[in-house]
Design a protein around this ligand. Structure first.
Ligand SMILES: [Zn+2]
Ligand SMILES: [Zn+2]
Length: 113
């Protein structure tokens, strides 16, 4: 499932903290403790909203990339284990670009704000 930050609308990243799952917004730092039903599990119906723009790119994945499970699905093979990182493409005024790379097939795509 994808959880959006209620403050800025970014996709929140699930993190394990002391046995609990906490969703952290990579953009504004907003944190929210996951409820039981928010646990990071595979949901069968993952829809992309119309604003999603998927483009194939060949950027290198930084070591800071985090592995998402059950949050984003690879549009190519359907795997839900996907690496995620953000890149400031141009000036600091430009929105961050989100990058995803499928762990299984290596397909890489990006998503603009
Ligand atoms: Zn936020
Ligand atoms: Zn894939």
């Amino acid at each position: 499932m994808v959880k959006f930050c209620p403050k800025c609308g970014s996709i929140m990243i699930p993190k394990k903290e002391g046995g609990k799952t906490v969703f952290v917004c990579p953009k504004c730092g907003y944190r929210e403790e996951a409820k039981k039903e928010d646990s990071v599990v595979i949901k069968s119906k993952t829809k992309h909203s119309p604003r999603d723009k998927l483009v194939v790119i060949e950027d290198d994945m930084p070591p800071t990339a985090s592995l998402l499970k059950g949050v984003v699905r690879c549009p190519k093979c359907g795997s839900d284990e996907v690496y995620y990182w953000m890149v400031q493409t141009r000036s600091a005024d430009e929105p961050m670009t989100r990058f995803y790379r499928c762990k299984k097939c290596g397909y890489t795509w990006r998503e603009y704000e």
